[in-house]
Design a protein around this ligand. Structure first.
Ligand code: ATP
Length: 458
């Protein structure tokens, strides 16, 4: 049962009829007071709350009503209905505890999605009991996400719970902590799993190309547009779009992104027709978005739009007990890949690895294990094998210091040199590119190829 609180009878009636058609029964109230009485007396699943009553348009009444409802029934999800002009009010409402906000005039499908998500999430909050790591693996197929750390287990429970909803998810965590892996796991556990999962690295897209990348363009839309181009949103239609490095997006592009996330509509450059898209949105960043909002570098309304569910991935140093598990997991994969079934890591080396400071987190650990396996000819990897690897990556450039012929491939040498230059120039892409004699574009491609963490710069 849904409650609609709106002073406009036309809105109440059309919403009630629409919801009935979709299988929901609804009660209506023309003002908050009437709404409170209904809330007290009925078992409701959600409330649709208009933000403006009488002639008042500041939204203050709506916010007061939201506070009262949250006091009456804290767990009852409330979806706010606001006009575009009153986005700050919606943001205020999200801080108070609204489940979501939709724009008036509303899109029926958007409204339905938001309602379903809110109801599903609140129902699950109540029923989420304690489940073991093994049960989680069985139920959601998390076998490839390694770790016994309690914080990671809490993350896995959350993703199990929310994957089936349409809720937007924001994953925060340092570089290499597994944000993309988690995003994929959410997609795999959703009803969209047989549709595309499209990853976009927003850090690598310049602001002038943002619209063409995301929404596509028609041939001739601008000077360099020689062919039609399909945008990422269109590619992700019916599936999931994973917006990585969202904290790198400039303010102009943030407005453009907000619109499509809000209304699920966009236009292809060079074509005025408005298109609709159906996507689940997952974002990730290693930046502190809250701080960026306070500094006015990230739009607050966009922040609330993308983080209905917030997932925080702990850095590896806070879960060092997982390092041996992860190292062995990567080793086992390499055993199969290189057909070296005798490979193992000595227990001394495993505990030595636990004490390493790995700023690149799990990705760095994975790279170290891979490089050590490639270089070492022995089956049992000892501390010195790992030490040699780590040192050789950090050594001064001098041809005399190059490893023995046959011990490294060109790719491995290239990888080591890029990591070294990145460290030397503290990740300054322009300087690194110059020192390696590469264009920035080529450097970015190589960083991607070798999975080297970096912060894209303009
Ligand atoms: N819990 C885990 N179990 C097994 N492998 C993991 C785990 N977490 C991360 N990995 C692996 O570590 C590597 C880095 O993970 P991923 O790309 O998901 O990190 P990220 O946080 O998205 O990094 P970035 O911020 O640099 O984009 C990947 O190869 C991934 O498969």
């Amino acid at each position: 049962m849904i409650l609609i609180i709106d002073d406009d009878i036309a809105v109440r009636t059309s919403l009630r009829i629409f919801l009935k058609h979709e299988g929901w029964s609804a009660l209506t109230a023309s003002d908050p007071e009437e709404g409170y009485a209904i809330i007290r007396e009925n078992e409701l699943q959600a409330v649709l709350l208009d933000m403006n009553f009488s002639m008042e348009t500041s939204g203050v009444e709506g916010l007061a009503a939201l506070r009262n409802i949250k006091q009456l029934k804290p767990e009852l999800p409330v979806i706010l209905m606001t006009g575009w002009a009153s986005i700050p009010i919606a943001v205020e409402g999200m801080k108070i505890g609204a489940a979501d906000f939709i724009n008036k005039p509303w899109e029926n499908q958007n409204l339905l999605e938001s309602l379903r998500t809110a109801v599903k999430l609140s129902a699950q909050d109540v029923s989420a009991g304690s489940v073991s790591r093994m049960q989680l693996n069985e139920k959601y197929g998390f076998e490839n996400i390694i770790g016994d750390d309690l914080e990671l287990q809490a993350v896995l429970k959350t993703i199990g719970r929310i994957s089936g909803t349409e809720a937007s998810v924001l994953i925060i965590g340092e570089s290499g902590t597994g944000k993309e892996l988690i995003a994929e796991a959410i997609h795999q556990n959703s009803s969209r799993k047989n549709k595309p999962f499209i990853k976009v690295n927003l850090g690598g897209i310049s602001s002038s190309l943002f619209e063409s990348e995301m929404f596509g363009h028609k041939r001739g839309a601008f000077t360099d547009a020689r062919n039609d181009r399909t945008g990422r949103f269109e590619m992700a239609h019916k599936g999931t779009i994973f917006l990585d490095e969202i904290g790198d997006l400039d303010l102009n592009s943030q407005v453009k992104l907000l619109r499509v996330l809000q209304d699920r509509t966009y236009e292809v450059l060079g074509d005025s027709r408005t298109r609709t898209v159906d996507v689940r949105v997952i974002c990730a960043t290693n930046r502190n978005l809250k701080e960026m909002v306070a500094e006015k570098k990230f739009r607050e309304d966009l922040y609330y739009r993308i983080n209905l569910i917030l997932i925080n991935l702990p850095p590896l140093r806070q879960r060092a007990a997982d390092i041996p598990l992860l190292a062995n997991y990567f080793l086992n994969n390499l055993k199969v890949l290189y057909n070296r079934s005798g490979l193992k890591i000595s227990s001394a080396a495993l505990s030595w690895l636990k004490d390493l400071y790995l700023s690149g987190n799990i990705r760095e650990l994975k790279n170290i294990v891979e490089r050590t396996v490639l270089v070492s000819e022995k089956d049992t990897l000892e501390i010195k094998d790992f030490e040699y690897q780590i040192e050789s990556v950090g050594k001064q450039a001098d041809y005399k210091d190059l490893p023995a012929v046959g011990s490294m491939t060109i790719d491995e040498v290239e990888l080591s040199m890029i990591i070294k230059a990145m460290d030397h120039h503290q990740q300054n892409i322009s300087k690194v590119a110059r020192s390696l004699g590469l264009s920035r574009g080529t450097l970015y491609r190589k960083l991607e190829k070798y999975n080297i963490p970096y912060e894209a710069q303009k």
